[in-house]
Design a binder for this molecule. Structure first.
Ligand SMILES: Nc1nc2c(ncn2[C@@H]2O[C@H](COP(=O)(O)OP(=O)(O)OP(=O)(O)O)[C@@H](O)[C@H]2O)c(=O)[nH]1
Ligand SMILES: [Zn+2]
Length: 357
């Protein structure tokens, strides 16, 4: 029997008689792959899940610990999602009419990870503000952020950018690596402990797959496409989303993680910029916009240098980004609704034999 602790499971509540705990490693449409003490099983959601939920928040996702009714000869039945110790969400635009723009659903894409590796490449488009934006998201997830500067082989001297990042985010560990030569990978051993789970955040092309392959000591991205014979003898194409490294550490890599935008980042921004927001309480007006208002504490602090201009700029950039994402969200929802209307129109028109001239 496999011990689920190797998958990071810690018993948080007593398991009711007849139920088996497991961890979701893969999600495809409505079907889940779950590792349990009795091995890997496929599972579906108990019907009650669909009726009792208004949001997608409680639908299990990759990384979740769940309780299921084990079924030897077919799909097991997931009856409960256990409490999550960390999570990443993104906005889900599906199923909304224009009038409901404010109720964009939160879709959880990964859970129960210990570290967020924020990847940023050293050679290309190196940008501290972007790293800080990801840091905001990482802090919101409740896991510990670690900054990883990739492709160290492509720059002559990475000590400068390394110092720049370290200075901007004093309490976060920063490492420079190269997935191809293995440089710096030993520094990551500290995080890659058995039973721990890691997620990677970063722009497309920064080297997430390359790092995963290097840590797996094989090309999982290729391995993924190989056809395997499953326990019941049918051929399936495996498409894993939770990888077990040789070190016993797990890496979650879901499509959702790759598309992650800011979702309700207000809270995360607050956590990253308490030093900036502290000044707001000292402004004379409660609705001060910190632009030209009399008695604005921010302007005074900027003028005498107690609030560094750089820091203020970073704050403003993140607020701007967050607002942009929110605006974009309502734009996209409007667009979806418009498209739907258009489709309905054209169907109707076809049914009526086209427009009469
Ligand atoms: N020189 C060098 N190239 C690297 C390194 N890591 C990744 N690359 C290259 O960068 C490109 C992108 O790497 P990927 O690992 O596919 O990046 P990714 O973040 O997974 O990208 P997406 O799948 O689009 O999210 C590839 O051509 C890699 O060979 C590195 O350490 N050094
Ligand atoms: Zn002010």
């Amino acid at each position: 029997m496999m011990d689920l602790k190797t998958y990071g499971y810690t018993e948080v509540e007593e398991i009711p008689e007849g139920l088996l705990p497991g961890r979701v490693t893969e999600l495809r449409r409505e079907r889940f792959t779950v590792v349990t003490e009795r091995g890997e099983v496929t599972a579906v959601l108990k019907g009650a899940f669909y009726y009792s939920m208004e949001t997608h928040v409680d639908i299990p996702c990759v990384g979740d610990f769940v309780l299921l009714h084990y079924n030897e000869s077919g799909d097991s039945l997931i009856v409960k999602v256990l409490p999550r110790r960390s999570k990443f969400s993104r906005a889900d635009y599906s199923g909304h009419a224009a009038g409901y723009a404010k109720t964009v659903r939160e879709q959880v894409v990964a859970t129960n990870f210990d570290y967020v590796f924020i990847l940023s490449s050293l050679n290309w488009d190196f940008n501290v503000t972007r790293i800080m934006r990801y840091l905001t998201q990482a802090r919101q997830s409740s896991a510990q952020p670690v900054v990883i500067l990739t492709k160290a082989d492509l720059v002559e001297d990475y000590s400068l950018p390394l110092a720049e990042v370290t200075q901007s985010i004093p309490n976060v560990a920063v490492h420079a690596i190269c997935s191809q030569t293995g440089l710096g990978l030993n520094e990551l051993a500290h995080y890659l402990m058995p039973g721990k789970t890691v997620v990677f955040l970063g722009m497309s092309g920064v080297g997430k797959s390359s790092l995963l392959n290097a840590l797996m000591e094989q090309d999982v991205m290729k391995v993924q496409a190989i056809r395997e014979v499953d326990s019941r003898g049918r051929h399936t194409t495996t498409h894993r989303q939770l990888f077990m490294l040789p070190s016993g550490t797990m890496v979650i890599d879901t499509p959702g993680m790759r598309e992650l935008g800011l979702f309700d980042a207000d809270e995360g921004i607050r956590a990253s910029f308490t030093d900036v927001e502290e000044w707001f309480q000292k402004c004379r007006f409660r609705d001060c916009r910190h632009q030209a208002e009399p008695g604005c504490a921010v302007l005074v602090a900027l003028a005498d240098g107690s609030l560094p201009l750089e820091r203020w700029d970073q704050y403003a950039a993140q607020q701007h980004e967050n607002k942009y994402v929110q605006d974009k969200t309502s734009y996209l929802i409007d667009k979806r609704a418009r498209n739907k209307m258009n489709t309905m129109w054209s169907k109707q028109t076809k049914k009526n034999g086209g427009w009469k001239k």
